[in-house]
Design a protein around this ligand. Structure first.
Ligand SMILES: Cc1cc2nc3c(=O)[nH]c(=O)nc-3n(C[C@H](O)[C@H](O)[C@H](O)COP(=O)(O)O)c2cc1C
Length: 271
């Protein structure tokens, strides 16, 4: 039998460890070299028609008590055909990447980020959101608006394929990319860990915000890197997909998580 190459687990684990911060000064990061910091948001064409979202200070949804939200949270993988309202989508975007202010090129948002570097861009595949045409969009945190990218035919099928056929019947799918240089500019080799942790904050805020408005979501790590990057029109090097999450109104009968993971129900004490 042919010897299969062993996965380099040891090497991969390394990125989860802290660097020697006492020697951070020796890393010669671009920040230390005095190179100007990269923009915290990708530019958009000046003539792009921007889609208005309910402004953050006018939001009325999402007031469910935190304890109730935490108690309810779980991954939801099947949604009804019900549309989200513009306000609901606005709230979810506010919760996940909401822009508060920027100071000398550093942005501050509703989610934490190592060194406030905020390396993510949010793309949305909109299927059913009131007053927003179906298609692919990118969120502009500073403007709290959407920029339309494409409404090409077959988009839904391409998204499904890029999610390895995980079909959720989502009203909208969040897809986050990272531009690693935004983090590397300050943290060099320590950026990988910081970006991964940052993504978790965004994902969890989406879970909690979704539950607060009787929506649901499921974190998606299993996606086709090449297909998703191509779909978003990003180069896969300086910008690439890192995480995704379908959102919708939960269907009464969800997909069984235990069955999905091949967990034997007879041997569990829960549910
Ligand atoms: C980083 C990450 C990646 C995940 N990727 C997937 C995925 O690709 N498909 C899926 O159905 N669930 C995915 N999940 C959801 C987990 O399966 C789920 O959180 C877990 O089964 C526990 O269930 P709960 O969230 O309902 O508590 C992912 C969760 C995380 C945090």
């Amino acid at each position: 039998m042919e010897d299969k190459p062993k996965p380099d687990l040891e090497g991969r684990r390394g990125f989860l460890k802290a660097i020697d911060w006492s020697r951070w000064g020796h890393l010669e990061t671009d920040q230390q070299k005095g190179i100007p910091l990269p923009p915290f948001q990708k530019p958009h064409p000046a003539d792009a028609g921007l889609v208005r979202l309910v402004p953050p200070d006018e939001l009325t949804v999402g007031k469910t008590p935190m304890l109730e939200v935490i108690n309810k949270r779980r991954s939801r993988r099947k949604f009804t055909d019900e549309a989200l309202t513009n306000e609901e989508l606005s709230f979810l975007l506010w919760a996940t990447q909401g822009y508060r202010r920027d100071v000398n090129g550093w942005s501050f948002r509703t989610v934490p980020s190592a060194g406030s570097r905020h390396s993510f861009e949010t793309y949305l595949h909109v299927v059913q959101v009131e007053r927003i045409d179906p298609g692919l969009y990118r969120f502009l945190p500073k403007e709290h608006k959407l920029v339309f990218l494409t409404g090409e035919e077959g988009l839904e099928e391409r998204v499904n394929e890029a999610l390895y056929g995980q079909r959720f019947n989502a009203a909208v799918t969040f897809i986050w990319t990272t531009l690693p240089y935004r983090m590397e500019w300050r943290y060099s080799v320590a950026s990988v860990k910081a970006i991964a942790i940052d993504a978790g904050h965004v994902g969890q805020n989406l879970y909690l915000a979704a539950e607060a408005i009787n929506c649901g979501t499921c974190a998606i790590g299993a996606y086709d890197q090449g297909k998703m990057d191509a779909l978003l029109g990003v180069d896969g090097g300086d910008e690439f997909t890192i995480y995704a999450a379908p959102v919708g109104k939960p269907a009464e009968k969800d997909i069984d998580t235990l069955q999905r993971h091949g967990i034997d129900q007879a041997q569990t004490s829960e549910e």
